[in-house]
Design a protein around this ligand. Structure first.
Ligand code: IPE
Ligand code: IPE
Ligand code: MG
Length: 264
């Protein structure tokens, strides 16, 4: 049994504040380039933004924050940048885990970790274990993550689970094997840096998320930019396939509209 309803199987209950925010942290390289700095300087600044965003989520009572840190396609970058990013990840984990723990944050890392070196894998495991009893905010870092990888690994695990498909698998069979089955689907997706694409992030889980794209580069993503994203979310009408009238819970109005249409 999944702890959270699927947005395609049921209509989830929602509120003005998103429970789960998922972010593609993009624009570090361009931030550095504008300042004639090496790209890694942008990534370093990006870690400071992570700290800021975690704090803002804690202040606003957001329960789940998911950050795309390294995609399964980011290995295509120059070897030096990949290696510096890994070092930065190790350092950030070492420095931040104590503070996260102190603030009641549970850290989880999703992605294919088998490609990381043993030191990083051990550090990830230790950080997850150290914070596993925390529940104020679940911070998920997606590292060597790809949405297609996630769906495929879930299919493979589902097949190996020995569960009987009864002829055909369904959503409820697959969903528990996805990497983030412990969290509700993201309510709000944010991508910084101006690109309007998903870049193989949470393909399954973003089915009904509200999408917010901003030109602000990740190192400059501040409380005003976060507030703008939350405000834009507040103004959305989340219909999940229904009509506006149904969402407003006003069946009479819905009936009138149907009547108008059949009269026409
Ligand atoms: C995002 O910033 C961080 C990672 C992908 C690791 P980028 O490095 O993609 O920055 P831009 O897009 O080149 O500006
Ligand atoms: C997406 O950013 C991945 C992360 C932020 C980790 P990219 O910069 O790699 O995405 P593309 O290549 O522009 O689509
Ligand atoms: Mg980028």
């Amino acid at each position: 049994m999944l702890p959270f309803a699927s947005s395609t199987r049921h209509v989830p209950s929602t509120s003005d504040v998103p429970r789960h925010v998922a972010i593609i942290m993009d624009g570090n390289g361009r931030w550095a380039k504008k300042r004639l700095l090496p790209r890694i300087a942008g990534h370093r600044r990006g870690v400071e933004t992570v700290r800021r965003v975690v704090r803002m989520c804690l202040e606003r009572g957001i329960e789940y924050l998911t950050l795309f840190a390294f995609s399964s396609e980011n290995w295509r970058r120059p070897a030096e940048e990949v290696s510096l990013l890994m070092q930065l990840f190790v350092r950030a984990l070492k420095v931040e885990v104590g503070k996260l723990d102190h603030n009641g944050v549970r850290l989880r890392v999703i992605g294919d970790l088998s490609r990381f070196d043993p030191e990083l894998r051990a550090l990830i495991r230790a950080s997850e274990e150290r914070t596993e009893r925390n529940s104020r905010l679940v911070l998920t870092v997606a590292a060597n993550y790809g949405g297609r990888w996630d769906i495929l690994q879930a299919v493979n695990r589902m097949r190996l689970s020995g569960q009987d498909s009864g002829g055909a698998w369904n959503e409820d069979d697959l969903a528990p094997h996805l990497a983030m089955s412990y969290a509700p689907e993201p309510d709000l997706f944010i991508r910084t840096g101006g690109e309007k694409r998903i870049s193989n992030f949470l393909l399954w889980q973003l089915a009904y998320s509200e999408l917010h794209f901003t030109d602000v580069l990740w190192p400059e993503f501040d409380s005003a930019a976060f507030e703008a994203a939350l405000e834009s979310y507040r103004l959305r009408e989340r219909r999940f396939g229904r009509t506006s009238e149904q969402v407003a819970g006003c069946p009479a109005a819905a009936g009138q509209l149907t009547g108008l249409r059949s009269d026409a």
